[in-house]
Design a protein around this ligand. Structure first.
Ligand SMILES: Cc1cc2nc3c(=O)[nH]c(=O)nc-3n(C[C@H](O)[C@H](O)[C@H](O)COP(=O)(O)OP(=O)(O)OC[C@H]3O[C@@H](n4cnc5c(N)ncnc54)[C@H](O)[C@@H]3O)c2cc1C
Ligand SMILES: *[C@@H]1O[C@H](CO)[C@@H](O)[C@H](O)[C@H]1NC(C)=O
Ligand SMILES: *[C@@H]1O[C@H](CO)[C@@H](O)[C@H](O)[C@H]1NC(C)=O
Ligand SMILES: *[C@@H]1O[C@H](CO)[C@@H](O)[C@H](O)[C@H]1NC(C)=O
Ligand SMILES: *[C@@H]1O[C@H](CO)[C@@H](O)[C@H](O)[C@H]1NC(C)=O
Length: 517
């Protein structure tokens, strides 16, 4: 009997195409588990990927796990990590795991930069992590002004290639964040006012589908797949290359400014942000983030603002109202470049982190109430939390300029067009702490902020349904927030490109379109 199973396994591993339905009978699974406790990794080690595997207790495995942004993701221990070198090897990994799943489900995670903070987004317990670390080449073609980027690249890899050439693309604002995850969730850049969201600057994706086929998705090739990848994240395939458009660039102005925080000063900052957002269409080169901050190690309530301008012009007029606020205690603004601005926001990898998000009207009443609720939640944390911890709440503009050009470029599924001409505010608590025993306390703080502020916004009709996937907590439902029409598009594409639901059932991490009603 075991010989038969082994023959099946061998057939599975060498099969050209995995289209078998994943339906395991318990008896077979028991036998397989008995024979190969580490069945899925065994399957990979019998495949041509045998030299691409890392196992627990190997130094390379441990040090790779340590590069997850969040400690909760670092404490997950996959049975092995597979690190393919190109799309063909990704296809091999997918085929091996799906075919082996005929005998026993081989669950896997997809990792690019590993910067999602909730556990299990891009790592997996008792499964295989497909790590795109080595698919990270950045190659610029001056004749087409297109840059090819492997999803495993970090944004600093992109900037350091482009910047010396006098061109740039819309990219993340932090050097260490991955290209893959950020782009497939939307992507907000300092250049988004002029050039739109990062996903809408992708001209073409190379994608490994569930059956191991390698296809391109663009405006002209598999256009339905092209659209749903932009916001639909890991529901359709594994992206192995992205072609981004670039544009001329000769530097930036910007940096971080820290102010003392009081109820009154907070009002000045909110008012400045509201006017800045409302004036966005007149000055699309500007970006601003207003952030009330508390860090236990510092022990005082502060406001940390980011100001950036997508040209090397000192203190542009768009920031006049912010620049008139007196009393800052630290200011790094100046003529800078993307590499240096992104390095200033590099993420540390030593804390457990909560991200959550909410969108509401660009309305002073909501911001004022949101800050009241923040002070209440903060007081509770100050009373109960131990060790080093911190809380930042980001308020940033979500203006029509970010999505006005999207449809002409093939569209995305975020559904922002629904809010035509409404200037919105994107809200994100970013909370960090030490120790799993405090997870519940801090997760609840994040959820309290989001839920209480949402309830208030609803009570005055200033709410908005959109949830930005790149900031959402696992308890939120960003895909549903894109609206019924986009949910339909994503469900149709998932059915067409992944008829057996590999990315729904074998890849549990992330937000699953099959779970959306
Ligand atoms: C310090 C910091 C700064 C940030 N700055 C910004 C910012 O400026 N703008 C912004 O919009 N967001 C920002 N974010 C949010 C960020 O976009 C998300 O955390 C994003 O998910 C990170 O992408 P990643 O590749 O590093 O993450 P990962 O955790 O590796 O991936 C995220 C999700 O995408 C899936 N995925 C990744 N790669 C692929 C692929 N190739 N094919 C299919 N699925 C894939 C994964 O399975 C996972 O579910 C920031 C986050 C941090 C921590
Ligand atoms: C098979 O079924 C039994 C009883 O329901 C369960 O305890 C066991 O975990 C199952 N085996 C596998 C490999 O899933
Ligand atoms: C970007 O700025 C940094 C810090 O000032 C500098 O060292 C680097 O050379 C700059 N890069 C480019 C391409 O100008
Ligand atoms: C900000 O906008 C408000 C309301 O439109 C206006 O009254 C105020 O003068 C503006 N402030 C500045 C400094 O432009
Ligand atoms: C910060 O304060 C200094 C000293 O008062 C001032 O010169 C500078 O312009 C301020 N920066 C900003 C961004 O307001």
């Amino acid at each position: 009997m075991y010989r038969l199973k082994l023959a099946l396994l061998a057939a599975a591993i060498t099969a050209p195409c995995a289209s078998a339905q994943i339906q395991n009978d318990n008896e077979t699974m028991e036998a397989v588990s008995f024979l190969f406790p580490d069945f899925c990794c065994t399957a990979l080690s019998l495949s041509p990927l045998k030299n691409r595997l890392l196992f627990p207790r190997q130094e390379a495995y441990e040090s790779r796990i340590d590069t997850y942004f969040d400690v909760k993701q670092q404490s997950i221990t996959p049975n092995c990590i597979v690190q393919p070198r190109d799309a063909k090897e990704v296809a091999q990994a997918v085929k091996t795991l799906t075919v082996a799943s005929v005998l026993k489900p081989c669950k896997f995670a997809i990792r690019s930069g590993g910067h999602t903070p909730y556990a299990g987004a891009s790592n997996i317990e008792d499964g295989v992590t497909i790590d795109l670390k080595y698919i990270s080449t950045v190659k610029y073609d001056a004749s087409t002004k297109v840059v090819n980027v492997g999803p495993g690249a970090q944004w600093n890899d992109v900037f350091s290639v482009l910047e010396p050439l006098g061109v740039i693309t819309t990219g993340g604002r932090s050097s260490t964040v991955g290209v893959g995850g950020l782009t497939l969730g939307g992507g907000i850049s300092y250049f988004s006012g002029e050039h739109g969201l990062i996903c809408d600057n992708a001209l073409e994706f190379e994608v490994v589908l569930a059956d191991g086929r390698i296809v391109t998705a663009s405006k002209t090739s598999n256009p339905d797949l092209f659209t749903v990848l932009k916001g639909g994240n890991n529901n359709f395939g594994i992206v192995t290359n992205i072609k981004f458009r670039t544009f001329d660039y000769d530097g930036m102005w910007g940096g971080l400014v820290i102010y003392p925080q009081s109820k009154e000063s907070m009002q000045d900052h909110f008012k400045a942000l509201i006017n800045f957002s409302n004036n966005y269409d007149k000055e699309t080169k500007g970006s601003a983030i207003v952030m009330p901050v508390y860090q236990s190690a510092v022990g005082s309530d502060l406001i940390l603002n980011g100001y950036e301008y997508a040209a090397p012009i000192s203190r542009p007029a768009a920031f006049d109202e912010f620049l008139a606020i007196p009393g800052n205690i630290s200011d790094t603004t100046g003529i800078r470049n993307m590499t240096s601005l992104a390095a200033e926001l590099a993420g540390a990898t030593t804390s457990s982190v909560y991200f959550g998000t909410l969108t509401f009207a660009n309305d002073l009443r909501v911001m004022t109430k949101a800050h009241e609720i923040y002070l209440d939640v903060l007081a509770n944390l100050k009373a109960k939390a131990t060790g080093e911890w911190g809380i930042y709440v980001l308020y940033q503009p979500l203006p029509p300029a970010y999505y006005r050009g999207s449809i002409a470029r093939g569209g995305n599924v975020l559904g922002l067009e629904r809010f035509k001409n409404k200037v919105l505010c994107l809200y994100q608590p970013y909370i960090s702490w030490q120790g799993a025993q405090q997870d519940a306390l801090f997760q609840k703080a994040g959820a309290d902020l989001v839920n209480r502020i949402d309830a208030y916004a609803k009570s005055i009709g200033a709410d908005n349904p959109f949830l930005y996937l790149d900031y959402t907590d696992i308890t939120q439902d960003p895909l549903a927030s894109y609206g019924a029409e986009n949910v339909k598009k994503m469900k149709a594409a998932a059915k067409k490109y992944d008829p057996f639901g590999v990315f729904q059932t074998l890849v549990p991490g992330g937000f699953k379109i099959s779970k959306v009603a």
